[in-house]
Design a protein around this ligand. Structure first.
Ligand SMILES: Cc1cc2nc3c(=O)[nH]c(=O)nc-3n(C[C@H](O)[C@H](O)[C@H](O)COP(=O)(O)OP(=O)(O)OC[C@H]3O[C@@H](n4cnc5c(N)ncnc54)[C@H](O)[C@@H]3O)c2cc1C
Length: 342
């Protein structure tokens, strides 16, 4: 049976720690349990009203009380589904903590997840967000995603090729938003050494320790992240608040001529477009380490908005909107939140 609780303090379920309440939370631990709830009169009544899905709440900001139902997976389990000389394939329940899965894989010397160490996420959201860091994205290891379809109450296993993965994008944020609940993700991990160290300061950090194993790379990623990013247990935040815009090459070349130090990145699969760094633009506007009320911009990482203590979601959005306006005025570029704002 699902577990239903009422009058939920969402600050405890989201990394921003902004105060808001939800009418109820429904937690499911097996797919059959979820299906039975969705088919029940109670489930139908709840879902006929406002509802949403929450994982670890590390990419979600509630700006007001949520008058409706939050559906959350507590499903756990990592199962090896296929083993060959080259690969290990694992099926992981949606409610597993992503970093526990990364630790599981690197402890076994398996390659593919190590660069994505320490990203706070549920397994379900790893596919929704196509989480990424240090030149790697979840799509690189996702083989398929299991869902419950809400219209038919059937299960489907969607192959990675049909998930429309892009930069922090997937089919689960678009066509299937509000139509499917992810119940498990299957990842394919490699047994051959495939280190990817050409991003940021990862290579020098690994060279410093001399440990080129998946575990060594995981440790290096964790060390770099610890030195740069605020720990949500101490300072409320949701990681990068904004996406880095992907713009037509000509527009970026004009910006680069005007601002020669602006970082610009190639976009795989899109040669006519380039990605620019929102953090750099926010920094150049002088926002790093500054605050608006109880919401602020992190002193080490301008892309990260923080809760300085007691900030409401509305206060965080007031700061975000002010920054968006200033970026537009100075650079003529529209930036949008990576965070799911409700
Ligand atoms: C300190 C910090 C650092 C971060 N660094 C990174 C980083 O390096 N790279 C990166 O990509 N992200 C990063 N993030 C953002 C965040 O970790 C990811 O977006 C992560 O995937 C959020 O997972 P979650 O379970 O908390 O998602 P939530 O915030 O709970 O949910 C995110 C979205 O997924 C949907 N969802 C969740 N579970 C399911 C499901 N089972 N079925 C269908 N939909 C579902 C929700 O409805 C919501 O739309 C960081 C965040 C923090 C706080």
């Amino acid at each position: 049976m699902v577990r239903i609780s009422e009058n939920i303090n969402l600050a405890e379920y989201t990394s921003f720690g902004a105060h808001a309440t939800a009418t109820r939370m429904v937690e499911w631990s097996t797919t059959n349990e979820l299906l039975a709830y969705l088919a029940s009169d109670e489930g139908k009544e709840h879902l006929s009203d406002r509802w949403t899905i929450l994982g670890e709440g590390c990419n979600t900001l509630f700006t007001k009380d949520f008058l409706g139902t939050i559906i959350r997976s507590t499903a756990k389990g990592i199962t090896i589904t296929e083993e060959s000389a080259e690969h290990t394939t694992i099926r992981v329940a949606a409610g597993e903590v992503w970093d526990d899965v990364v630790a599981w894989s690197t402890e076994r010397g398996l390659w593919g997840m190590e660069n994505l160490s320490a990203i706070p996420s549920s397994v379900g959201a790893s596919a929704v967000q196509n989480i990424g860091a240090y030149g790697t994205e979840a799509k690189d290891v996702i083989e398929s995603v299991e869902v419950v379809m809400l219209d038919t109450l059937t299960t489907e296993n969607i192959p990675s090729s049909k998930c429309k993965f892009g930069y922090r994008e997937s089919i689960f944020k678009e066509e299937l938003a509000g139509k499917a609940i992810i119940t498990a993700v299957t990842y394919r991990l490699s047994k051959s050494a495939t280190p990817r160290l050409d991003y940021g300061t990862l290579r020098p950090e690994v060279e410093r320790t001399g440990d080129y194993t998946p575990q060594g790379i995981r440790n290096a990623v964790r060390a770099i992240r610890d030195s740069k990013l605020p720990d949500p247990k101490k300072i409320g935040n949701a990681g990068s608040f904004f996406k880095n815009p992907i713009l037509p090459r000509e527009q970026v070349e004009r910006l680069k001529a005007q601002y020669p130090t602006m970082p610009v990145y190639d976009v795989a699969e899109e040669s006519d477009k380039l990605k620019i760094a929102t953090g750099w633009m926010i920094d150049s506007l002088g926002w790093k380490g500054k605050a608006l009320g109880r919401a602020g911009v992190h002193a080490n990482q301008a892309l990260v908005l923080i809760n300085l203590g007691g900030a409401t979601g509305e206060e965080v959005m007031a700061l975000a909107n002010r920054i968006c306006g200033e970026v537009k005025d100075k650079f003529g570029v529209d930036i949008s939140p990576e965070v799911n704002v409700l």
